[in-house]
Ligand binder design. Structure first.
Ligand code: ASP
Length: 346
């Protein structure tokens, strides 16, 4: 009798086991078809927000297009010369940090106390190794400090004076005067204390390199007039920055508090990896459904393990661009834009 009862359970067990197996396969099968034709993919952003009519002003738009083009081609040079994803991401972000157009490094926005306090992070998908710095005031290139945290410390995130000291100990270039990061524009805001001023221009870069490794990096001065040592999403691994070789590499820009609450980086990777959504479906859901329900303005750039990429934003614009190299033909495809329209480089 007992044996009969146990036997009668067997089909149900078999059914459950098959169901689990199917779900696991389904997760991968549901992904967009692979794009094996791409040797590498580089996607960059230079911040999202309300852009006004910038895209219609040839002089302003031209400056941003040229910066995005330069950034993408810096990444391309690194990869074409045998460099890997992390090297490309760092080179691209170092360039953005030197360009006063962007809210990262020189040109960063300023805190309520009148300091430039910079955040940056980098993550590698092959081993989930990550490094971040928050609120640094003296490191010339916060992205390099983030990388040093990843490679030369037992930690993931360092902040404030400790992070500055660590960077110096690592031999990274530092600037004594915090005003090194100032531009005439930021100083004008401070004088007039335009509390509504928001400098768009956080920067980010995600790369799928020819080894199949994903890397993500982000760097920012944060939000204008931030107080009390506020830290945004950019250096928070799993919020503004995330990379996983079994999923996606992602870098975010926008109102950081919302990106932290929604763990956007990890959320995107989880939807893709565990729900089997395509990269575009997963990213659109987060940007247009989850963040839009609140005041979570912003956008993200992401590339998946198969070379698909996406760049959604829920505000009027996002400086952004992509460049990929086709396998076999060696053809390079590049485009950038500010608003809905993307300009393909010929
Ligand atoms: N996400 C950045 C922060 O909240 C700001 C931005 O991307 O504009 O610090």
């Amino acid at each position: 009798m007992k044996k009969g009862f146990l036997l009668s359970l067997l089909p149900a067990f078999a059914l459950l086991a098959t169901g689990c197996g199917d779900r696991t396969t389904g997760n991968t099968d549901n992904h967009q078809p692979p794009v094996p034709s791409r040797e590498y993919v580089i996607v960059v952003h230079g911040g999202a927000g309300e852009m006004g009519d910038q895209a219609d002003n040839p002089e302003i738009a031209g400056k941003y297009y040229s910066a995005l083009d330069t950034a993408l081609n810096i990444g391309r040079d690194v990869l074409d010369n045998g460099g890997n994803g992390p090297e490309a991401v760092r080179a691209v972000i170092r360039y953005f940090e030197s360009n006063p157009l962007f809210n990262a490094g020189v040109g960063a926005t300023i805190s309520a106390e009148g300091y430039f306090e910079l955040d940056a992070a980098i993550m590698e998908g092959k081993d989930l190794s990550a490094g971040a710095v928050a609120g640094v005031r003296h490191v010339k290139h916060p992205i390099d400090a983030a990388y040093a945290v990843k490679t030369a410390s037992p930690h993931v995130m360092l902040s404030g004076t400790g992070a500055d000291r660590f960077a110096e100990e690592q031999g990274l270039e530092t600037v004594e005067d915090n005003k090194y990061f100032a531009t005439p524009k930021t100083m004008k805001w401070v004088k007039e204390f335009q509390a509504k001023s928001k400098k768009n221009g956080t920067v980010g870069c995600v790369v799928l390199d020819s080894e199949g490794n994903l890397t993500a990096g982000t760097s920012t001065g944060g939000m204008f007039g931030k107080k009390w040592g506020r830290i945004g999403d950019a250096p928070v691994i799993g919020a503004g920055t995330y990379a996983d070789n079994e999923g996606v590499a992602v870098s975010c820009t926008g109102h950081g508090e919302y990106f932290i609450r929604h763990s956007v980086g990890y959320n995107l990777n989880a939807r893709y990896k565990f729900l089997g959504e395509s990269l575009e479906e997963a990213a659109s859901h987060i940007i247009f459904n989850e963040l839009n329900r609140e005041e979570g303005n912003g956008g993200l750039i992401a590339v998946d393990k198969d070379g698909n990429f996406t760049m959604p934003f829920n505000c009027s614009g996002m400086y952004r661009g992509y460049l990929y190299k086709e396998k076999g033909t060696g053809k390079v495809v590049e485009a950038y834009g500010i608003n809905d329209k993307l300009i393909e480089k010929q």
